[in-house]
Ligand binder design. Structure first.
Ligand code: ADP
Length: 327
């Protein structure tokens, strides 16, 4: 591997709060170690279009507290082709970039891995996604903020649910992973939580709601992950309960993209800062084709292919805790 003098940084795929803190950390850690850092706009699209700028420590002033990503993100079809990646490589050379830090999810890491194999450019991934669905880290950047956002919103929904004796179905993000639903569900005291990993069964949910009603609850909240295993979407679930418990007023709230927005939590800012510094130092240590992560408050590295193929399991004990606490 050639010596690294200039590190490129980009954000790719779905944005997540805390990505800016990670960009800031990569820029400043590079310069701290007497290297240059170039910022690439719009993910892989910017690499192909040569939308690349030099940075100084001041380029990343006042972004640690901002949601989204100042570098913008993009889904880039062209990078999926060999010709597109060749253009990207030409611009890497034009800008004298010796290594790449990719902040994104598993799609972005797949692109990075292919690029590294084809052209030998060292790459390192920083996991940024609110879904927390990446193997090799207990937390991804943005996840904690999303949990806080969702919990806060469900608290508000609870106010109106109580006032009207309503049953609310709240759909949260998570096509393949129930991390947000499970944790925000427990955090907001939800009656039932439906996730992609476990088939809780629609009848079980109905029984639980009936039991709760008998025990004196007059309003309830059911948190449903987008990809929940019952195979029914949130509107179908609501219709089913309405049919079987006709005296209940049922409402649906789909939280959608607001879950990705907002200022990052302190946890995400610190996590992103640590990951950014660790990513740069790992690259300078000669590491490549890996992802930085955190486990038990310790920074760790995982091979990119393992991070992509592996599954980040939910903590099944949380299901039990939720069951116990919703008697
Ligand atoms: P995320 O990183 O959040 O999972 P995507 O799956 O949309 O988001 O991936 C982000 C970008 O990574 C894609 O738009 C594409 O440019 C690149 N990418 C994803 N998969 C591949 C692939 N198999 N080959 C090359 N590039 C890819």
């Amino acid at each position: 591997m050639n010596a690294i003098n200039t590190i490129g940084v980009l954000t790719s795929g779905g944005d997540a709060p805390g990505m800016n803190a990670a960009i800031r950390a990569v820029v400043r850690a590079s310069i701290f170690h007497d290297k240059k850092c170039k910022a690439i706009y719009r993910g892989y699209q910017g690499l192909i279009d040569n939308d690349i700028v030099s940075t100084t420590p001041r380029s990343v002033n006042n972004i640690i507290n901002k949601g989204g990503t100042m570098l913008k993100s993009a889904r880039c079809l062209e990078f999926r082709t060999k010709e597109g990646r060749k253009k990207a490589y030409e611009n890497i050379n034009k800008n004298n970039i010796d290594a790449l830090v990719v902040i994104g999810g598993d799609g972005s890491f797949t692109g990075a891995m292919i690029f590294q194999k084809e052209f030998g450019v060292p790459v390192i991934g920083i996991p940024g996604t609110i879904d927390n669905d990446i193997f090799g880290t207990s937390h991804t950047i943005g996840y904690d903020t999303a949990l806080n956002t969702v919990t806060e919103v469900i608290d508000k929904i609870r106010d109106t649910a109580i006032s009207h004796n309503r049953l609310f179905f709240v759909e949260v993000m998570g096509r393949d992973a129930g991390h947000i639903a499970l944790n925000a569900g427990i955090g907001s005291g939800a009656e039932e939580i439906l996730i992609p990993e476990e088939d809780m069964g629609i009848e079980r949910m109905l029984d639980s709601l009936k039991r709760s009603e008998k025990s004196g609850k007059s309003s309830s909240i059911v948190v449903v992950a987008e990809g929940d295993k019952t195979g029914k979407n949130v509107f179908e679930l609501a219709a089913y309960v309405e049919k079987n418990m006709p005296h209940y007023e049922v409402r649906v709230s789909v939280l959608g993209h607001m879950q990705r927005g907002g200022a990052p939590s302190c946890f995400d800012r610190v996590l992103a800062s640590r990951m950014g510094v660790f990513a740069v130092e790992s690259l300078l240590d000669g590491k490549s084709n890996i992802m930085v992560g955190i486990d038990n408050d310790t920074m760790i590295l995982t091979d990119l292919d393992k991070a992509i193929k592996g599954k980040s399991n939910i903590n099944k004990n949380l299901i039990r805790v939720s069951d116990i606490l919703t008697i």
